[in-house]
Design a protein around this ligand. Structure first.
Ligand code: ZN
Length: 243
């Protein structure tokens, strides 16, 4: 993109304020931690953090219209995001805004609306090891990563993950307890691109991990709007004389 990608890191921002353990890990919020990594990276023009308790839930028109890619972290307050705002984010995705959905965002209204399924999964929070395998090594979201990387302590998400078949799957996770999970998946909806990335439990230092952050950066670049700007739909005149 000419001029670089304008990123909005949407962060629910509730646990950081209410749970001491999370506040200690992310004193300025999880969103600020992610935004700090993305800021100034090659190809990124601007990064702003929006939170649920900001004006219009951090999703006013001025923000949506100036966002090329939005990342979304939510968990405990999915229901607080108004249906009206979800509909507006949904429309922006169909119009070309990229959306990178993180961890417990699998149950956000926006992700479920885009997927059309329950997006339910198995989970367990005992701090087990996760090994994240790259299963699509030529995919741009895998750029610069090793063949696999590990998180020593994570929350487990297991199959079956009730999502539509991804257009491309980039990562597959294995957990110490035995489960597996499609932990990095791509979809296209309208002109927009969506990436779901699993790691990010709020009580563990997941967004300090270099590989995790690298994936988010790669995903932002992948999800940025590309291709034709205007698409015509509906009844149209022929381009040539048709006899
Ligand atoms: Zn979690």
């Amino acid at each position: 993109m000419s001029g670089g990608i304008r990123v909005t890191v949407w962060n629910e921002g509730v646990h950081e304020k209410e749970v001491e353990e999370v506040r200690k890990l992310y004193p300025n919020g999880m969103g600020t931690q992610i935004a700090g990594y993305l800021s100034g990276k090659d190809g990124i023009a601007t990064v702003q953090v929006s939170e649920l308790d900001h004006k219009e839930q951090g999703l006013p028109d001025a923000v949506l219209e100036s966002t090329d890619v939005m990342t979304w972290w939510g968990h405990t307050a999915h229901d607080k995001v108004s249906d009206e705002n979800v509909a507006r984010v949904h429309q922006r995705v169909l119009d070309g805004m990229g959306l990178v959905v993180l961890h417990s965002g699998h149950h956000s209204k926006i992700f479920r609306k885009l997927m059309g399924t329950s997006c339910d999964l198995k989970w367990r929070d005992i701090g087990e090891r996760e090994r994240i395998w790259v299963v699509d090594p030529s995919h741009p979201i895998a750029e610069g990563l090793p063949e696999y990387f590990e998180l020593p302590r994570t929350e487990m998400y297991g199959e079956h993950f009730d999502i539509p078949q991804p257009d491309r799957q980039v990562f597959l996770s294995w957990f110490q307890g035995g489960e597996v999970f499609r932990s990095g998946c791509c979809w296209h909806r309208g002109k927009g691109k969506i990436f779901y990335f699993r790691p990010g439990h709020e009580t563990l230092p997941i967004y300090y991990d270099e590989n995790v952050l690298r994936v988010i950066y790669n995903a932002v670049k992948w999800a940025a709007p590309t291709g034709v700007k205007t698409v015509t739909r509906g009844n149209v005149q022929p381009l040539e004389d048709v006899k």
